[in-house]
Write a new protein. Structure first.
Length: 373
């Protein structure tokens, strides 16, 4: 069994990992051992394998029980702590990712040399644990490298710096994840793939924010046209569904009557609704639903985005649409999405409001004049 093999050859595997680390022509950091976290990972891997040996059904059918999920999370959390320590010592994320890849190579080569019998399911568990460890390291690197805060000023210089910094972080994270996937040690569908999804979605969101902000800050007159909400919401549903899928959030777009239309610039309105949806996906509670709907009320059209975030804190609604305001526990992003949505809506003659449902969630409403068609 693989856990017995690892326990019996633990010292040999660790030594091989250290040799491979030392042999690479990458920047060295004197006085520290890059492989010092590998013994902890191997011990955790042995624990996971032994646990799944006792409950084989969970590993063979691809579904992990509560104990396995807890162990997987522990591996990711430990990798985050190790990454933080190594970053402070001057190591790069690429070095750490390669270090975990060394474990796979050391184990498989030693098993081949000794003729050890290892089941396919055990190799899958090994790859899953490596996947979670790498995902944890990448996540911690991204969090550790992000700017601690941004002063809320309207000048372009203070906005461009954080924007470029966050784009660079997302791009570097995505690049390193792709490099890890190319090694063949992790799969695109696991935790490392989820980190890649978040990085790409983060870059898309930042770019959308920047383009919308250019239009509203420059006070460029909107290029308005008649917009039928049926087709408009269908187009939004396609793009937003990818974001919802990546986050594991159920997403529903309610049907809208064919005769409901507004007169606005499509790109600005799409950016406004898109930012509201991203905000909803970000803050709604795990596995709770987000709704997008639109309907006419007399001579007005109301476009609503509803989440189940649990409701707003006292006083949060008053400053929610201010630039750089971040009211939730998730502080990723620049805090500009709702401000851009508000200004985009106002540029098209509308109003953006939020209604708090205590203990349940929020409903953001875009109120625009109705166009008769």
């Amino acid at each position: 069994m693989l856990h017995d093999f690892l326990a019996a050859n633990r010292a040999v595997i660790i030594d091989r990992c250290r040799v491979m680390t030392a042999a690479r022509s990458e920047p060295k950091t004197a006085g520290h051992d890059l492989a010092h976290g590998i013994p902890i990972f191997i011990d955790q891997l042995i624990h996971v394998l032994a646990s799944e040996r006792q409950s084989p059904q969970s590993s063979t059918n691809g579904k992990h029980g509560a104990d396995e999920k807890t162990l997987d999370k522990a591996i990711g959390a430990t990798a985050m702590l190790q990454e933080r320590d190594l970053l402070e010592q001057g190591f790069t994320l690429e070095q750490v990712v390669r270090n975990y890849g060394d474990v796979c190579q050391a184990v498989t080569s030693l098993a081949f040399e000794t003729g050890a019998a290892v089941a396919v399911e055990e190799f899958r568990t090994l790859n899953r644990c490596l996947d979670n460890a790498i995902a944890g390291a990448v996540t911690e690197y991204t969090r550790h490298s992000a700017p601690a805060g941004v002063i809320g000023t309207e000048t372009w210089s203070t906005r461009l710096g954080p924007l470029a910094h966050e784009l660079r972080n997302h791009l570097q994270t995505a690049t390193l994840v792709v490099a890890a996937i190319k090694t063949g040690n992790v799969g695109i569908s696991g935790a490392t793939g989820a980190v890649l999804d978040r990085s790409l979605l983060g870059m898309r969101g930042l770019i959308d924010h920047a383009l919308a902000e250019v239009r509203v800050t420059a006070r460029m007159p909107p290029q308005r046209e008649a917009i039928r909400l049926t087709q408009f919401l269908d187009n939004l549903k396609v793009s937003a569904s990818f974001d919802a899928l990546a986050r594991g959030t159920p997403f529903t777009v309610a049907p809208v009557a064919d005769n409901v239309a507004v007169y606005a610039e499509p790109e600005m309105l799409a950016a406004a609704v898109g930012n509201l949806l991203q905000n909803a996906f970000k803050f709604t509670k795990r596995h709770t639903e987000v709704w997008l709907r639109a309907h006419a009320l007399d001579d007005r059209v109301l476009i609503e985005v509803e989440d189940q975030c649990g409701g707003l804190r006292d006083g949060a609604a008053e400053n929610m649409f201010l630039p750089f305001a971040q009211n939730g526990d998730d502080r990723s992003g620049l805090g500009l999405g709702l401000d851009i949505s508000r200004r985009s809506v106002e540029a098209n003659g509308g109003v953006l409001t939020v209604r708090n449902i205590p203990g349940v969630g929020c409903i953001f409403t875009i109120d625009l004049p109705r166009l008769s068609i």
